[in-house]
Ligand binder design. Sequence first.
Ligand code: SF4
Length: 572
Amino acid sequence: MLKMHLLRVDLTHKEIKASNVPEKLEKAYIGGKGIATKLLYESLTPRIDPLSPENIIIFGIGPLNGVNLPGASRLTCVFKSPLTFGYGESQCGGFLAPKFKKAGVDFLFITGRAEKPVYLLVEDGEVEIKNATHLWGKDCYETEDILRKDHGGEVFSIGQAGENLVRFACITHRRGRQFGRCGAGAVMGSKNLKAVVVKGNGEIEVADPDGLREFRRWMNENVVSKLESMKKFGTPSIASLTNEAGVLPTKYWEKGNFEYFEEISAESLQKFVKKSTSCYGCSVACGKIRKSKDIEVEGPEYETLFALGSLCYNSDPKSIIIANDLCDRYGLDTISTGNAIAFAMACSERGEIDEKIRFGDGEKIIELVKKIAFREGIGDVLAEGVKRAAEILRVTVEPVHVKGLEPPGYDPRGLYGMALAYVTSQRGACHMRSCAYRPNLAGVIDRFSTKGQAELVKDREDFYCVVDSLVYCRFLCLPIIGMDWKDVSKLLKIVTGRNYPIQKLKEIGENIHNLTREFNKREGVTDEKLPKIFFRYPVKIYDKDVVVKEEDFEEMLKEYYRLRGWRSPDQD
Ligand code: SF4
């Protein structure tokens, strides 16, 4: 197996150091998230301000990136989150990870703060710090266009939201692909780092090329073939299922079913689809370019559809498309943005803020996206995320978040697995750390019962810690229909020549998850609480009033702690 290369960039002192990742780290953590998290944990000074120069952001690939397989395309990044003040992580699809591999750079470790705006040019194992004064103030689309014209290669960048330190600013690549959650864009902005360009044409070696060909055939027949609906509609394909099941968050978590759903369903959105796009080497091509008037956007993904649609009680698909486009341009995480806007709507409806922000007002949503990105008026408060916004505004509307991160589009009142998964996810309320919504929605596990949920969440969390270390796309590794432990073990052997027995992989996954929790404990982020609304305020599901029962939640959490071998929540 080839050595993994690490480039360290100190923007304050303009210092660059290259080294190999120690072999024992590779063996213990595989790559991507695993190694990056270990480096972050060991290098970060505890309790620093995440927007200070001392914060570190690490981009990393894994052993499977760049091989000719659907899904082998994701780049991971880890950092201390300016939104949660705890462990921050995000993964981005597209074409970045294979390019890093071809450039001979496995990890890009960035700390410090440049005196003036800069971008990094990573090329064939080296990195150069370049002046970006001419790019500051430009949006992500403009920045990427300029840098690709100047250098070629692949680019990721921040927009005005990252420059303005919006706490949930994201990083954009190829317009429609993002490092979305936890505020990685604000961390780049705080470092005066506008963008990174990656270039390289190195070879990608595979230990067993025949084995890889056979695996690709198996994957196309057994995994890709099961993603037909995603291929046709993109991620909104799941929306009719969540709406029907009563778990589509609506009107700022008041309801789980949207009366005007038909207007924003995947089927309705089809009339806007111009073409499909895919990440490197992927035949699923789940990206959908939708066009409304002169706006063309890759999206809306399901999470954007719920956040800027049903959560804001907005049934106007055109306004969702326009707001989605602005979020991608300015570099805003659509889940947190939609939650922040819907929170403001709830406050306005109760007369707790002066601004008139009506539920369902698509024009207002567009206006607020701009105000958040540029921190204007109420947008300046919402740019802090709902947890801080509620404190600043002193309102009684409960801000819905876990550890400060706003939740995605799965109401836990009708998905017990998600009630647990939201609190055990170390980056805050997240659906992707465990994907527990899938087996719950599919009926593989009773979604209103505690039974088996802790075991499911723990196993999937450990599995996805490994997947994010490969670094592989979730959609090819979904519960029930995607690759599982044995397939990953086999694929690692084919690509690296190394043996990773299933039990060993499970231990690695568990170690990585434990490390993220240790990180949070060290930072004082130990909150494992579900928002009160889910316990106290029922949603109607099949004519029944449904809440998460507190005793059920405690039972699941206790069982989860037992399985992890941790002390019980009330002792911690
Ligand atoms: S399934 Fe979609 S997100 Fe995943 S690699 Fe393929 S195109 Fe990209």
